[in-house]
Design a protein around this ligand. Structure first.
Ligand code: TRP
Ligand code: SF4
Length: 398
């Protein structure tokens, strides 16, 4: 059984090379190693774009085409749409009951984004709940790993806290004490006495050896059924049952590819190259990239460290090409346009297979919908199973 990985992206615009080098390349690598679930976080997009939902509508399937273009393969990973799986909302609601407001108010992205997106009113209930909805996305698939960037670390941390709290509150069965006694009654009396001694030793003095011995015995006692064993393990450890396992962040390195101006690549900064940008536009944009401001005339020497084009060479060029740039720049031996040409070529070359992969989906969008339908159906089966456990744990199965 491969370990499960889950991640999502908000469909708020065409994906660009920053997304590719920062996240998607990693997703493509992971899909062959783990049981990967990737989804379109359209509800999350609505938390900031509730006044312009057409942006989301336009980008949901476009984003999936970008994913497929970069090499995500629906045969290897599960691709789906958040809003088609209402169980995410159900889990969000149930988690919300026991989540203190302060936990959400203290997530750093809450204030940061409100500061950054001043033109939007983000003092909404939905936006405050953003990380908890994300927790529901993750926990509902019992994902082990969540590949995201540093900016999402606090959300994964909140997810872990929400899971811990849930397990603490609801991981104990109703009538737990009576059930524990019933399970214990299946064992020989002398062994129960010894077990109780070990439990005290562990819970009162942290005696790990005693605990180990007890668990070892429970694991092999032939009188016990699986549920007896789980129940007694929880009883001895003092933890109860784990209904929602805590996920781990799989920190993706920040993209080494900045925007055309050297700042972080972002559509809103107008410094991005889209994954499926047309050729002429790529050429135009790279040619217009700012360079070391000291190179006013062709004969002025420059310093690659002060030039965003250099950052592109670090991603796209070979060692010998970088030598050529570095020497040529510092000695004014090459011109900036000359220096940019290999970048244009490299981006176009990187893009070519992506365009080829995207082509059938662009000409026949129905295939994309079918892929998302199939992935959503598959994901929903898991989501339903988890919700059955969750409802049972909370005593909602009346
Ligand atoms: N908040 C994430 C982002 O902006 C998107 C997201 C929503 C997500 N739900 C998730 C990522 C669950 C990982 C897991 O990038
Ligand atoms: Fe930048 Fe290259 Fe021009 Fe140097 S030669 S300033 S690295 S574009």
């Amino acid at each position: 059984m491969k370990e499960r990985v889950l991640s999502g992206m908000r469909p708020t615009g065409a994906l660009h090379l920053g997304h590719y080098h920062g996240a998607l390349k990693n997703w493509v690598r992971l899909q062959s190693q783990m049981d990967c679930y990737f989804f379109v976080a359209d509800w999350h997009a609505l938390t900031t774009h509730y006044e312009s939902r057409e942006v989301i509508e336009k980008n949901v399937y476009e984003m999936v085409i970008d994913w497929l273009a970069t090499g995500l393969d629906p045969e290897q990973c599960t691709l789906f749409l958040q809003s088609r799986i209402p169980e995410h909302a159900e889990l969000f609601t149930l988690l919300a009951m026991g989540t203190p407001l302060g936990w959400l108010e203290r997530v750093p992205t809450y204030k940061d984004q409100q500061e950054k997106l001043k033109d939007k009113d983000l003092t909404t209930y939905g936006f405050l709940g953003y990380p908890l909805l994300q927790a529901a996305d993750i926990l509902i698939y019992k994902a082990k790993y969540v590949p995201v960037g540093e900016d999402q670390a606090s959300h994964v941390e909140l997810t872990r806290e929400a899971a811990r709290r849930f397990n603490h509150l609801y991981g104990r069965e109703i009538d737990a004490e009576a059930k524990v006694q019933a399970s214990l009654a299946k064992l020989p009396k002398d062994n129960v006495k010894r077990l109780e001694k070990s439990r005290k030793a562990y819970q009162e003095t942290g005696d790990a050896k005693a605990m180990e011995g007890a668990l070892g015995y429970l694991a092999t006692a032939p009188e016990l059924l699986v549920q007896d064993r789980e129940r007694l393990e929880g009883y001895f450890k003092g933890t109860g049952k784990i209904v929602l396992p805590e996920p781990q962040i799989l920190l993706t390195e920040a993209s080494k590819l900045p925007g055309l101006d050297g700042a972080k690549m972002s559509k809103s900064y107008n410094n991005a190259i889209a994954i499926r940008e047309d050729r002429a536009s790529i050429e135009h944009k790279v040619k217009r990239m700012p360079t070391d401001p000291a190179r006013i005339k062709r004969t002025d020497a420059g310093d690659p460290d002060k030039c965003p084009v250099w950052q592109f060479h670090r991603v796209y060029s070979s060692e010998s090409q970088r030598q050529w740039v570095s020497q040529g720049c510092k000695s004014a031996g090459i011109g900036c346009l000359e220096c940019k040409q290999p970048i244009i070529d490299a981006i176009l070359q990187e893009q070519q297979p992506m365009l080829e992969r995207a082509e059938p989906y662009v000409t026949n969008p129905k295939i994309v919908r079918d892929i998302v339908d199939a992935g959503t159906e598959k994901a929903r089966i898991t989501a339903r199973e988890t919700m059955r456990d969750v409802r049972e744990a909370m005593g909602l199965n009346y």
